[in-house]
Design a protein around this ligand. Structure first.
Ligand code: FES
Length: 317
C-alpha cells in the first residue's frame, strides 16, 4: 500500500466530490494508464475501488471523483463525510482492468453519470496522442455533470457530446445510430450504471459488434436475488479439504473463517481481485467482472459473490 495525502476535496457536481491525492513530501506516484483504478482503504476496514480521472502522464497527483450513493454500502458516504483535505489515506498501486486497445483506429467512449471517471482519463490520453475518438456523456441534468466545465474548456471539447435526461429529445443518446455500422477498427468503451451499460452493450451486440471491440467497467453490481440460494461444497485442491458453503454465506466468508486465504477487495464481483481457477464443477457466476465469454468457459470465477450450480466445485487453491 502507499500512503498519500488528500491535498484537496471539492464538490464538482451535485453529490460528487473530487479528491486530489499526492505522495507524502511531494514524492512521485506510481505511473498509471488510462482506465486504471486504485483501492482506497477507508475507516472501519472498508476498501473501495475508484478510477483515476486525471491525465495519465501526471505523476504528482491522482484524482478520483466519488458520487454520494444513497444505496452506499459505506464507501461513498465515508469518502464524503469522513475524508477531508489534510487527511492521509492508504491506497494501492494503480491497476488496470479497463485499458485502451492500442490497435483501435477509432474509439467510441460512452459514460453514464459517475462512469465518466475512467472515460475522462481515456479522453485525455486519446486527445494527447491525437487519436480519433468521440465521447458521449449522459447525465440527468447539467448540475449532475461532473467535469462539465473542464471538458468544455478542453482541447477535445468538440469531440464530446453531452446528453441530458432533462434536455430536449434531439440531444438524447441514440446508441443504435451511433453503433449502426460495426467497424473492426473501432473500439467501444462504456462505464456507468448497470442499465446504461446494458443499453449500450446490448445495442452493440444486436448490431453485430464483436465482443473483442466492446470494453466495459462496472462500478457496482446490481443486487442479486439470493432467495433461492442453496448449499454446496467446495474442495481445496492443494489439501483435499472439503468445505460446506451454507445458503446464507459466500465462499469467501466461509474460507476466510477457516484461514484459507483468497485476496479480495470489493466483495461484490466488480474488481476481479478474488478471481480463482476452477478445476471441476460448474459455477453460478454473479460477478460483472468477467465477460460473458469468459464466464461461459467456467474455468474461473469470483468466490466473493458467485456460487455453484453443481454440488461440488474444486478450486485451484
Ligand atoms: Fe472484487 Fe471478488 S473481491 S470481485
Amino acid at each position: 500500500m502507499i500512503e498519500v495525502l488528500v491535498i484537496s476535496k471539492k464538490v464538482v457536481a451535485d453529490d460528487i466530490c473530487l479528491f486530489e491525492l499526492a505522495g507524502l513530501k511531494g514524492a512521485p506516484l506510481p505511473p498509471f494508464s488510462a482506465g486504471a483504478h486504485i483501492d482506497v482503504e477507508l475507516p472501519e476496514g472498508i476498501t473501495r475501488q475508484y478510477s483515476l480521472c486525471n491525465h495519465p502522464d501526471e505523476n504528482h497527483r491522482y484524482q478520483i471523483a466519488v458520487l454520494k450513493d444513497p444505496f452506499s454500502r459505506g464507501g461513498s458516504l465515508a469518502m464524503h463525510k469522513q475524508i477531508n483535505e489534510g487527511d492521509r489515506l492508504q491506497i494501492s498501486e494503480p491497476r488496470n482492468h479497463f485499458p485502451l486497445a492500442h490497435e483501435a483506429k477509432r474509439s467510441l467512449l460512452f459514460a453514464g453519470g459517475i462512469g465518466i471517471t475512467p472515460i475522462l482519463c481515456m479522453a485525455e490520453r486519446l486527445a494527447h496522442i491525437g487519436a480519433n475518438f468521440e465521447l458521449h456523456y449522459c447525465t440527468r441534468t447539467p448540475a449532475k455533470t461532473a467535469f462539465i466545465e473542464h471538458i468544455k474548456a478542453s482541447e477535445f471539447a468538440d469531440q464530446v457530446h453531452f446528453h441530458f435526461d432533462d434536455g430536449n429529445a434531439t440531444q438524447k443518446l441514440d446508441a443504435a445510430s451511433l453503433l449502426a455500422t460495426p467497424d473492426s477498427n473501432t473500439h467501444v468503451y462504456v462505464c456507468g450504471p448497470g442499465g446504461f451499460m446494458e443499453y449500450i452493450l446490448n445495442t452493440a451486440k444486436e448490431l453485430n459488434w464483436s465482443e473483442k471491440q466492446l470494453h466495459r467497467e462496472y462500478f457496482s453490481a446490481d443486487p442479486v436475488d439470493n432467495t433461492n440460494d442453496g448449499r454446496f461444497e467446495v474442495k481445496i485442491s492443494s489439501t483435499g479439504q472439503i468445505v460446506e458453503i451454507p445458503a446464507d454465506k459466500t465462499i469467501l466468508e466461509v474460507l476466510e473463517k477457516l484461514d484459507i486465504e483468497i485476496s479480495f477487495s470489493c466483495e461484490s464481483g466488480v474488481c476481479g481481485t478474488c478471481l480463482t481457477r476452477i478445476l471441476e464443477g460448474i459455477p453460478d457466476h454473479r460477478d460483472v467482472f468477467l465477460t460473458e465469454e469468459e464466464q461461459a468457459k467456467n474455468d474461473q470465477f469470483t468466490p466473493c459473490c458467485s456460487r455453484a450450480k453443481s454440488e461440488l466445485l474444486i478450486l485451484d487453491i
